[in-house]
Design a protein around this ligand. Structure first.
Ligand code: ATP
Ligand code: MG
Length: 341
């Protein structure tokens, strides 16, 4: 369905992503009174600034592809995917009106209430796997951006994925300017194509973050000296990681990344995105603290974060793991849980 801004009343800003390049507003459709969330995606700024700027033009075919992706989004019908009401592609804006999820995203939730009970996180894992399976089986797409901020919850206890399936076209455009690579798998960082396995890696990172209440550190104890990265990196490694480096914006930018593109680790030390990407590729995968949580959960997270790509399980096998089977029937009432915050 085609919507226009004038059909909506803005109620409240729900959040913004990617350094302010996206905004999500709670809006109300004037005609019907329906509450929705309206997203002007990160692409907007990029398209605006670059593609429709004086030096570039959005290619007709590219625009077709983008529309095609928006169409897929509008045809999703799954209890594990945030549904879409309509989109607008009035240059230079791309807007998407979607189902409003009143409890917000899981990053906001754990930042508010602290680490999330592993049994609730089990329900999150089931929902994400179901969402991934739906996207793949029904639409042959992978999500590409699994992270706590793209997993939403409502007070009925539904847990759903949003922000998926942006066309390769759009992802490429967006990543040229804003890459947040921290949930990215080692393979992706090294320039491999995005597959369902990269999404499974991102799920593993996400689960640790929700259970522990903090984005995991990739810095293993015996290897905290990240100064000498150029000596440790073999020429082949270096070449392999170039596509992403380039797509994050010129190397020069990354050299300055300790001020610009940086992440705060616990304890107040700041590490640059390039250091973090180096660690993701070269250090052992993060794990849940051992024996602190259910061993089934530990085992599942380890399976998601298997660095040997050949050995990493696909969706079908992950569904069979004890933690997932157990979480389906663990008796946690997510709706009741959402009433606690
Ligand atoms: P990134 O841009 O890096 O993916 P992000 O996911 O936080 O980060 P947005 O996708 O712009 O950025 O979303 C901003 C915030 O808006 C989310 O973190 C979430 O809290 C909120 N939000 C997004 N979609 C909805 C929705 N359908 N219902 C309710 N809140 C939403
Ligand atoms: Mg998002």
């Amino acid at each position: 369905r085609k919507f226009e801004d004038k059909d909506f009343m803005s109620l409240q800003e729900l959040g913004s992503g990617n350094g302010g390049r996206t905004s999500v507003m709670k809006v109300q459709h004037v005609g019907t009174g329906t509450i929705m969330a309206k997203k002007s995606p990160r692409l907007t700024a990029c398209l605006q600034a670059v593609l429709v700027g004086p030096r570039f033009d959005v290619q007709r075919t590219q625009r077709q592809n983008i529309l095609c992706e928006l169409q897929i989004i509008s045809h999703c019908d799954s209890p594990f995917i945030v549904s879409s009401y309509g989109a607008c592609f009035a240059e230079p804006n791309i807007c998407l009106w979607m189902e409003f999820m009143d409890k917000g995203s899981f990053d906001a939730i754990y930042k508010r209430i602290g680490p999330i009970d592993v049994k609730v996180v089990g329900k999150v894992a089931v929902a994400v796997l179901e969402g991934q399976r739906y996207l793949y089986d029904e639409h042959r797409i992978v999500h590409r951006d699994i992270r706590p901020s793209n997993i939403l919850c409502n007070s009925q206890g539904d847990i759903k994925l949003c922000d998926f399936g942006l066309s390769t076209e759009l992802i490429n455009i967006a990543n040229t300017f804003v890459g947040t690579p921290i949930y990215m798998s080692p393979e992706r960082i090294q320039g491999a194509a995005h597959t369902i396995k990269s999404d499974i890696w991102s799920l593993g990172i996400t689960l640790i973050e929700l259970i522990v209440g903090q984005f995991p550190s990739f810095d293993s104890d015996n290897n905290s000296d990240s100064e000498c990265e150029s000596e440790r990196t073999t020429p082949a490694d270096h070449r392999a990681s170039l596509p992403i480096l380039t797509s994050l914006g010129a190397k020069r930018h990354l050299r300055r990344s300790s001020e610009g593109a940086s992440l705060q680790e616990d304890g107040g030390t700041t590490i640059s995105i390039i250091q973090l990407m180096h660690q993701i590729v070269n250090e052992p995968a993060p794990r849940l603290p051992s024996r602190k949580f259910e061993s089934d959960a530990e085992e599942f997270v380890d399976a998601c974060l298997e660095k040997d790509w050949e050995r990493q399980m696909g969706l079908a096998k992950l569904f069979e793991m004890p933690w997932i089977k157990g979480s389906r029937q663990n008796g946690v009432d997510v709706a009741a849980w959402t009433k606690t915050f």
